[in-house]
Design a protein around this ligand. Structure first.
Ligand code: HEM
Length: 234
């Protein structure tokens, strides 16, 4: 079968490309068989896709692990960002400041673990291809914004953690495990990493807004990109 036929079959509008005569069960079956054959062949040889990436398993959806990690981390990140902004309203030197800051540090470090697991999973598993109907600029925008999201996901906990090690407080992990600071109590170094933490939080929120808008655009276009990360299997 021709490659362009397979791409047409894979694209969200493949139903629209079928001629009316294709409605018979036999032709429909051969479409499905050809589609499967193409993907299996692709999985075996790891051909290069239109995005230029070598794809290992050519499936149309993200795996369940990837979907669960995506939504779990997305919710946890939004909560962590909201928690960080809430911290700014807690008076410094007040009785509750230490409690909330330590809780934020502890949830942030736990989230960092999840993020590392997700990154490891992402590096070991190629994502499904983008639909061939997507223009080159959109592919580039999607790939670069995903890289930027991962930079923020790693940079946020890392900058917070490093900053904490240049203050005398260190981290009291969920108030049960004390992680003493490995750096000196240095206000300048602390403020550099803290400023990075604050700057990244705004860059991160801007990227998340972009990411959500792009996802909604895919949902409206019904090109299959939104539904393949969806929790429901429709
Ligand atoms: C993904 C993980 C994390 C996210 C999304 C996050 C987010 C935030 C946000 C949005 C703020 C408020 C920034 C502002 O507008 O002023 C903040 C403050 C803060 N974060 Fe995080 N954070 C994370 C992890 C951590 C970790 C792991 C630590 C330390 C171990 C940490 C330590 C702090 C501290 C100490 C502040 C208060 C800074 C100050 O007011 O001086 N954060 N965080």
């Amino acid at each position: 079968m021709f490659l362009q036929d397979a791409y047409a079959l894979d694209s969200g509008d493949f139903a629209a490309r079928r001629s009316p005569g294709c409605e018979t069960a036999g032709v429909r079956r051969s479409f499905d068989a050809a589609r499967q054959e193409f993907f299996q062949g692709e999985a075996r040889v790891g051909v290069r896709g239109m995005s230029g990436n070598v794809r290992a398993p050519a499936v149309g959806r993200y795996t369940t692990v990837a979907i669960v990690l995506h939504w779990l981390i997305a919710l946890a990140l939004l909560a962590q960002i909201a928690f960080g902004w809430f911290l700014e309203t807690v008076p410094r030197g007040g009785p509750l400041r230490g409690f909330y800051v330590n809780l934020h540090k502890s949830t942030g470090l736990t989230l960092a673990l999840l993020i590392v697991v997700r990154l490891g999973w992402r590096m070991a598993n190629s994502p499904p291809r983008l639909p061939p109907s997507m223009p080159a600029w959109e592919r580039l925008a999607a790939q670069s914004s995903h890289v930027a999201l991962y930079v923020c996901m790693l940079g946020m906990p890392l900058s917070g953690y490093i900053a904490s090690n240049f203050s005398k407080y260190g981290v009291k992990f969920f108030n049960s495990l004390t992680l003493p600071p490995w750096g000196p109590d240095d206000a300048l170094i602390y403020s550099i990493f803290n400023a990075t933490h604050v700057f990244l939080s705004y860059a991160f929120v801007a990227l998340i807004v972009l990411h959500v808008l792009a996802a909604l655009r895919h949902a409206m276009r019904k090109d299959g990109v939104f539904s393949r990360m969806s929790l429901s299997r429709r």
